[in-house]
Design a protein around this ligand. Structure first.
Ligand SMILES: Nc1ncnc2c1ncn2[C@@H]1O[C@H](COP(=O)(O)OP(=O)(O)OP(=O)(O)O)[C@@H](O)[C@H]1O
Ligand SMILES: [Mg+2]
Length: 292
């Protein structure tokens, strides 16, 4: 039995939609010395007791997880354990799949339940961008790939678009490689360049969160290293959630790691603890390669 999915855009006037994002923080100064006085991490996305179904089949069981602001969170676990499903819950991409429902629990962004009827799902997906396993540039020029989202928002000013193209491509560490061929097709780039183009396209609309579902699984080690470097650069400005099967990648790139098994969250902790001193024997077996 499937309950009605929330409609994509309810038309109630002056709805609160999502809470405004706070003003951009000033550039951080020199790194403060490690201190016991470090402020507590801020939760950006609060997932509580989520049960998720594809039709009659339950894919997530009682998942609770607090994703921290401006941190990299890795989702790990064997195939089919629900990593992509949970990722797609965060910007309601699962709404696009017939028969899906969050049957219980809540997902809040800065305190606002994303399933509230007055949440504007288009705005939600703008705030929470996504990069997929298989890079998916549009069959358009590099320039048009980057400006697509802005044009949808009605931005036509050429100087403004030029500025965003350069900034996004620089942000995705691709500018130097493509600046002389912005009118060439995005499909003519190498696999690793295409994936960085997709990251540039995601950041062009200035999201707060970037969800990445196995962004390097189709890339060679050099391209993978570039995307990992990019994640390191993006982490000061964005909250990143990355699904990966590559344990070294999770260990290298993330601050927090969540280990899932059969639709349940088994353990969620600082990445260092998950890999060196996991609390749960299942986590230990998985990260040491004994199953999965
Ligand atoms: N569109 C769908 N319709 C029905 N069931 C689905 C759908 N997508 C995923 N599932 C099921 O939900 C469960 C979780 O799948 P999900 O894709 O979230 O796993 P995953 O951890 O991302 O796996 P992988 O590492 O292989 O990508 C699996 O049992 C899967 O078969
Ligand atoms: Mg997956």
């Amino acid at each position: 039995m499937v309950t009605a999915a929330p409609t994509l855009m309810e038309t109630r006037p002056a709805a609160p939609v999502l809470p405004p994002r706070p003003p951009a923080a000033a550039e951080p100064g020199p790194a403060a010395p490690a201190s016991a006085l470090a402020p507590a991490a801020e939760t950006l996305i609060d997932i509580r007791q989520v049960d998720f179904f594809y039709g009659a089949s339950q894919a997530l069981h009682d998942v609770s997880l607090a994703i921290e602001h401006k941190k990299v969170t890795a989702f790990i676990g064997p195939s089919g354990c629900g990593k992509s499903t949970l990722l797609r819950c965060l910007n309601r991409m699962n709404d696009l799949i017939d028969g899906t429902r969050v049957a219980r629990g809540t997902i809040r962004i800065r305190g606002v339940d994303i399933h509230q009827p007055d949440v504007d799902v288009i705005e939600l997906r703008k705030r929470i961008g996504m990069v997929f396993q298989k890079s998916n540039p549009f069959p358009k020029s590099i320039y048009e790939n980057i400006t697509y989202g802005l044009r949808l928002q009605g931005v036509t000013n050429r100087a403004r678009l030029d500025e965003v193209v350069e900034k996004s491509l620089r942000g995705a560490a691709l500018w130097d490689e493509v600046k002389d061929r912005l009118d060439a097709s995005g499909l003519g780039l190498s696999g690793g360049q295409q994936q960085r183009l997709c990251i540039a396209r995601a950041i062009a609309v200035e999201p707060e969160v970037i969800l990445m579902d196995e962004p390097c699984s189709a890339l060679d080690p050099v391209a993978t290293a570039k995307v990992e470097e990019l994640i390191q650069e993006l982490r000061s400005r964005y909250t990143i959630v990355i699904v990966t099967h590559n344990m070294q990648q999770a260990a290298r790139c993330s601050d927090k790691t969540a280990f899932f098994y059969m639709g349940r969250l088994v353990e969620y902790a600082d990445t260092r603890n998950i890999f060196t001193n996991p609390a749960n024997p299942q986590t230990e077996a998985y990260v040491s390669g004994r199953f999965g």
